[in-house]
Design a binder for this molecule. Structure first.
Ligand SMILES: Cc1cc2nc3c(=O)[nH]c(=O)nc-3n(C[C@H](O)[C@H](O)[C@H](O)COP(=O)(O)O)c2cc1C
Length: 168
């Protein structure tokens, strides 16, 4: 057992403000999805991203079986979607219009961005599994992002100090 408890770690990491996304996939014609904020850009060439999904969660098992998943970056108007896909044990897709990307993986309609991936590597990591996804298709649309900080959803307010060179 680690010296650092789950509550302390959760609270400490919650000081890192993030965006919010939904990871979706489909297995045996059944769509699955969960809200995540562990989304990380990994590599430009080849194009890779990473998500960290809790071992044993329905979506985690489904992503492993499908070998493909999509990431939908949630807009500030989609807090309801973020809450819906974070609720355990419910049918996350009930009553939602489904939109399908390449590989027939469902995506969240009207999201700020879609990133469709095939699983490049699956790495067990403690009580989570890291999925390195090779990005095969993207699209973006205009809008404001939903943010997550210290357990609360919020919005992004840019400062008017000029854009910075963020190509790294
Ligand atoms: C803002 C936010 C971010 C989250 N990020 C993650 C994450 O990165 N990885 C994860 O495994 N669960 C994350 N969760 C929890 C899952 O969304 C939640 O456990 C979900 O119910 C899992 O769905 P499933 O069991 O149907 O797969 C997050 C929840 C919220 C509200």
């Amino acid at each position: 057992m680690s010296d650092i408890g789950a509550d302390v770690l959760r609270m400490t990491m919650s000081r890192f403000a993030t965006g919010v996304a939904v990871v979706t996939t489909i297995v045996d014609d059944e769509p699955h999805g969960m809200t995540v904020n562990s989304l990380t850009s990994v590599s430009l060439d080849p194009p890779l991203l990473l998500v960290s999904l809790m071992s044993g969660a329905r979506t985690t098992d489904a992503v492993s079986r499908a070998g493909a998943f999509a990431v939908s970056v949630v807009s500030s108007r989609q807090e309801g979607i973020a809450r819906r896909f974070a609720r355990g044990g419910t049918d996350h897709f009930a009553g939602l219009p489904l939109e399908y990307g390449r590989h027939e993986v469902p995506v969240v309609p009207d999201a700020l961005a879609h990133l469709e991936c095939t699983t490049e590597q699956e790495i067990p990591a403690g009580d989570h599994v890291l999925y390195l996804g090779r990005i095969v298709r993207t699209c973006t649309r205009e809008g404001e992002p939903l943010t997550f900080y210290s357990g609360s959803f919020g919005e992004f307010s840019p400062r008017d100090h000029g854009r910075i060179n963020w190509f790294f």
